[in-house]
Design a binder for this molecule. Structure first.
Ligand SMILES: *Cc1c(COP(=O)(O)O)cnc(C)c1O
Length: 404
């Protein structure tokens, strides 16, 4: 691809106008929106309104002026992005906390079965939380196997299959319908982690007949650092599953101040404590951008952006570990290289922000709402320059920071 061809794609891009809705720094090509999404221009004013008017002026009255219902209202805004009904999603807590609640609830609902099955190399918190969840349910255990062995490991003891839809390192995507059916055929519940796929690829939880799902909102959804996560529970399970974190916000009548816990009907029972309204407001503002966006247009643009970087990698002979078939991946591209860390640092020094995933992965996120084809073309040229000149060998690029 040439620069002119990239520009021609931008001229015909149905999503091009969204870029103006984001505050991106000058001189930066941001390829890390899969880790921390960019700032929507509307967010600072929304946060200022929460701080000065809603909190400063309205004080506690704000709980009855839109705060108390925010978790469900915002869940309903996420629902169309994941193929769920409006009353099957709620936001709050973190993805890690939602995973814990969902796993313990699924194990308790299925007392004849004891195993949580997941994939080796899944995102660390998923496996760490699963370890903690099984320790809370007598007899439960965690089984972690390689992707190739998952189908065989599903058996009559599997209570729940926990899979991350799009792999955070390689970008590989599970076929949601096929794996949900496999879990169900084995008599297990299916729990999807959508952190790396929501806002990146079209998702249809209801179409796939999925039972449970959780996901991040600070990645492709641009909710802000540590934004509240979401949890989905299929309608058919809502009365049968209960959160082990039985906090007052999930009580049927929190302001009746009863001693005994009674779970609220519907999704509210998945709340535990008081919603964090500052970060909740930032998330809601970011989601309003998604209201008219066609997920298929996002996926189509993501595929073209991928091809631009894949071509740059091919020209350098790099080992691309992400699938070439767009239906089998998310919206990032990863290259394996023994010096991936130094290459990532050299790219960042030149304003191309990607990230490094231990031990040898250079990961570049492709966010169709605010990246142009030209941006991605320029990033590919910078990658070529850094690898071809060996500039990454400069000792300044080998220093490791706490967050890579
Ligand atoms: C980013 C990510 C998380 C993050 O969980 P937090 O609780 O928000 O830290 C969890 N799972 C997957 C698969 C992720 O990609």
């Amino acid at each position: 691809m040439t620069l002119d061809e990239a520009r021609a794609l931008d001229a015909a891009d149905p999503l091009a106008a969204y870029r103006a809705q984001f505050a991106l720094p000058e001189g930066v090509i941001y390829l890390d929106g899969n880790s921390l999404g960019a700032l929507p221009k509307a967010t600072p004013a929304a946060l200022a309104d929460v701080a000065t008017r809603q909190w400063g002026d309205r004080l506690i009255r704000s709980w009855n002026e839109g705060w108390i219902d925010a978790p469900q209202r915002i869940g309903a805004k996420i629902a169309p992005l994941i193929g769920a009904a409006a009353d099957e999603v709620i936001i709050g807590d973190t993805t890690s906390t939602h995973l814990f609640k969902a796993l313990v609830a699924a194990l308790r609902a299925n007392p004849d079965r004891h195993t949580v099955l997941s994939e080796a190399g899944n995102f660390p918190t998923d496996l760490h939380i699963a370890e903690g969840a099984v320790a809370c349910v007598p007899g439960a255990r965690l089984k972690v196997v390689a992707r190739a062995d998952l189908a065989e490991a599903l058996d009559e003891d599997t209570a729940v299959l926990l899979l991350t839809h799009v792999h955070y390192k390689t970008g590989e995507r599970f076929d949601m319908t096929a794996w949900t059916a496999r879990a169900h055929d084995a008599g297990a519940l299916m729990l999807w982690d959508l952190s790396h796929s929501v806002g990146a690829v079209p998702i249809d939880l209801n179409g796939a007949d999925a039972d449970l799902a959780v996901g991040c909102t600070y990645k492709y959804l641009n909710g802000g650092p540590g934004a509240p996560a979401f949890i989905y529970v299929a309608t058919r399970w809502q009365d049968r599953l209960a959160s082990p974190l039985s906090g007052w916000m999930g009580h049927a009548a929190p302001f009746a101040f009863e001693d005994a816990y009674r779970p609220a009907p519907g999704m509210k029972r998945w709340l535990a404590g008081t919603p964090a309204m500052l970060s909740t407001a930032a998330l809601e503002t970011a989601l309003d951008l998604w209201a008219d966006i066609d997920q298929h247009a996002v996926a189509a643009k993501s595929a073209r952006l991928f091809d631009i970087l894949a071509a740059a990698g091919d020209a350098l002979g790099l080992d691309c570990v992400s699938p070439r078939d767009p239906a089998q991946r998310g919206s990032h591209i990863s290259f394996r290289h023994p010096h991936a860390h130094a290459i990532t640092q050299a790219l960042i020094a030149h304003g191309v922000i990607g990230d490094f995933r231990d031990p040898d992965i250079l990961r570049l996120g492709l966010t169709p709402l605010y990246l142009s084809h030209e941006d991605v073309w320029c990033a590919g040229e910078m990658l070529k320059k850094i690898v071809e000149t060996g500039e990454w060998q400069n000792p300044q690029y080998s220093e490791r920071l706490a967050v890579t």
